[in-house]
Design a protein around this ligand. Structure first.
Ligand SMILES: [Zn+2]
Length: 368
């Protein structure tokens, strides 16, 4: 019999060792998705009320970006975007079920997607790390510029003044104590064509940006969450260039504040990288996407890490988070069976992965 208590101030405590705990004793049971469009809010609220609550999801990350009617920077709003009242509906239903709601705005990387420039660089092109890279008429990968997504220059003296207004406003709107800054898949950093970054150590640049954001959030008692891929060494591990770094940012793992929460995504293989992060003193959440059998292994691994780790490391294994990479509307269409989910080549499905992930957590909780 085991009887450890979950000792993490940030997260609501869960009972343990009762034999009926369907939370699997995981402090974080998360779900991450694009924030719904305004017309989708009511159904998404129903989804939270019925489907997330019944699965004991306790953390909801909503990728908002510019899908909000920002007052501080109206020039950055998407043409159709969530109102304050829309956001309050989401806040209210999450509060009803004790779900911690965390907004995300992509910082540093992901400032463009395919052939489309994101709102920040569209309005403030002077923040672009690679102004010489022109957006293509028709985006293809690979391409001669190595353009995956644009980045902003972390050393631009004006960029934080703008993005922190947005960060503060969205955190206030969501009444939250945490913010997810994305920071994944940053391919452009410390580029030779940037007069401010040229020649600098990319790991130091990445870590510096993490620290600046973390320090800003700390002023209001908020914690920073990021994706973990830039902190993993792709070449040494053999992990792909999206889920790990091939541009020498990985040494930043030893430079960032230890209270930054790492969302460690692995979609093709259940790599056991949570151990790496925990041994670096960082708290970690494993994130599957659309491979149900991997998700089940990842739950079992996470529980094994929590059981077998030293007392020093145990609480750094925070739990699991399902990531959804379609829009919220499309996901709801698929989930409620109105439209079939388009499977990938392996027939994987994010709806099935979501069900399998939380099914396994509940099963493991029952068998405790
Ligand atoms: Zn720069």
């Amino acid at each position: 019999m085991f009887a450890f208590a979950v000792c993490c101030n940030t997260f609501s405590q869960v009972s343990s060792g009762t034999g009926t705990d369907q939370s699997g004793n995981l402090p974080v049971r998360g779900f991450c998705i694009s924030a719904p469009q305004p017309r989708e809010v009511d159904e998404f609220v129903k989804f939270i009320d019925e489907e997330l609550a019944s699965r004991l999801v306790n953390t909801l990350i909503l990728r908002v970006d510019y899908n909000y009617q920002y007052e501080s920077h109206p020039e950055l709003r998407d043409s159709v975007s969530l109102s304050r009242a829309d956001v309050k509906k989401l806040v209210a239903i999450c509060r009803k079920h004790n779900i911690r709601i965390i907004p995300q705005v992509n910082l540093l990387g992901h400032q463009s997607w395919a052939g489309k420039t994101g709102n920040l660089l569209k309005v403030y092109p002077q923040f672009d790390e690679t102004p010489l890279v022109k957006m293509p008429e028709k985006y293809v990968w690979p391409n001669s510029d190595g353009l995956y997504c644009k980045s902003y220059c972390p050393l631009n003296p004006e960029v934080h003044r703008v993005v922190f207004d947005i960060v503060d406003e969205i955190c206030d709107a969501f009444e939250t104590d945490a913010f997810h800054a994305g920071m994944d898949e940053v391919f452009y950093i410390g580029e030779a064509q940037c007069p401010l970054c040229s020649g600098r150590d990319k790991a130091e640049l990445f870590a510096g940006e993490v620290r600046v954001i973390s320090d800003h959030l700390a002023q209001k008692g908020r914690k920073l969450w990021i994706w973990g891929d830039r902190l993993l060494d792709g070449k040494t591990t053999g992990m792909g260039e999206w889920e790990a770094s091939y541009n020498n940012t990985h040494r930043a793992v030893d430079m960032i504040p230890k209270d930054v929460i790492i969302c460690d995504w692995h979609y093709e293989r259940p790599d056991q990288t949570p151990v790496y992060f925990a041994m670096k003193g960082l708290s970690v959440i494993t994130c599957p996407w659309r491979n149900p059998s991997n998700a089940i292994i990842q739950v079992q691994d996470m529980l094994k890490f929590r059981r077998s780790a030293t007392p020093e490391m145990k609480d750094r294994y925070l739990g699991m988070m399902q990531t959804i990479w379609s829009g919220a509307g499309q996901f709801l269409d698929n989930f409620y069976g109105r439209k079939p989910e388009r499977p990938d080549n392996s027939g994987n499905s994010q709806v099935e992965c979501f069900k399998a992930l939380f099914g396994e957590i509940q099963k493991q909780g029952k068998s405790d």
